[in-house]
Design a binder for this molecule. Structure first.
Ligand code: SAM
Length: 204
């Protein structure tokens, strides 16, 4: 089936706003509905590709990740998985080596008094937001390797937000800063990246 001119216009407009230097790393985020919600937010903010370190061996999510995909609920993500790439890493050191090699600064989200308010970060620079597992948060190993620790101030009775909510709060601050800096006004992808994504997106 051919892409209609209207559809092509929509796809190219979205593609021209994709931000190859803004991403998240999900460390053992294990609930499919959280993964789906994070992907959906990433699509809305213009993230090109997200990263994940799957939960421990033996859990179904890892077996699927090893087969090249992580289970998400397409009904809740609104099929965002088609529009946002997902790169799976086996462990913390390899994920950090890859992201550092790409020039990202990695900010660990941490519920700690030493962490910086998330609004103080400059998200117009190449940025990766590290998100932790629903039960125990970001690991000590990953926290030690991160370039900084950030927190969304909590002024109520509960200690933490749902991980997908925390991701949305931080990513929309990144979007606000990037809109202000004009980073959505011109294509950010290299011609090769653009062509590869275009071919994937326009393939029904
Ligand atoms: N007991 C865990 C802890 O101490 O980190 C709570 C984990 S929380 C439910 C799951 C993830 O959501 C966290 O690892 C972090 O990525 C994110 N998160 C939740 N609330 C946050 C906040 N106020 N600031 C920054 N990140 C937050």
């Amino acid at each position: 089936m051919l892409v209609t001119p209207e559809r092509e216009h929509k796809l190219r407009t979205v593609l021209s706003r994709r931000q190859p230097d803004l991403t998240v790393l999900m460390e053992q985020v294990n609930k499919p509905h959280n993964l789906s919600a994070i992907l959906r937010t990433c699509d809305a903010v213009g993230v090109l590709e997200v990263h994940a370190i799957p939960p421990q061996k033996g859990l179904p999510v890892l077996e699927e990740a090893e087969a090249g995909k992580i289970r998400t609920y397409n009904d809740t993500s609104g099929s965002a998985a088609k529009w946002v790439g997902l790169r799976v890493h086996p462990d913390v050191p390899s994920a950090f080596a890859y992201l550092k090699g790409q020039g990202f600064r990695i900010y660990a989200t941490r519920l700690s008094e030493q962490a910086t308010d998330y609004r103080a970060v400059d998200y117009t620079q190449p940025t990766c937001i590290l998100l932790g597992a629903e039960k125990w948060g970001v690991s000590e190993e990953a926290a030690a390797l991160a370039d900084g620790h950030i927190v969304i101030p909590m002024l109520g009775m509960v200690q933490s937000l749902n991980v997908s909510v925390a991701a949305a709060v931080i990513l929309f601050e990144a979007q606000r800063q990037r809109l202000e800096a004009g980073l959505y006004e011109r294509p950010r992808l290299s011609p090769q990246q653009y062509q590869a994504v275009w071919e994937a997106w326009s393939d029904p």
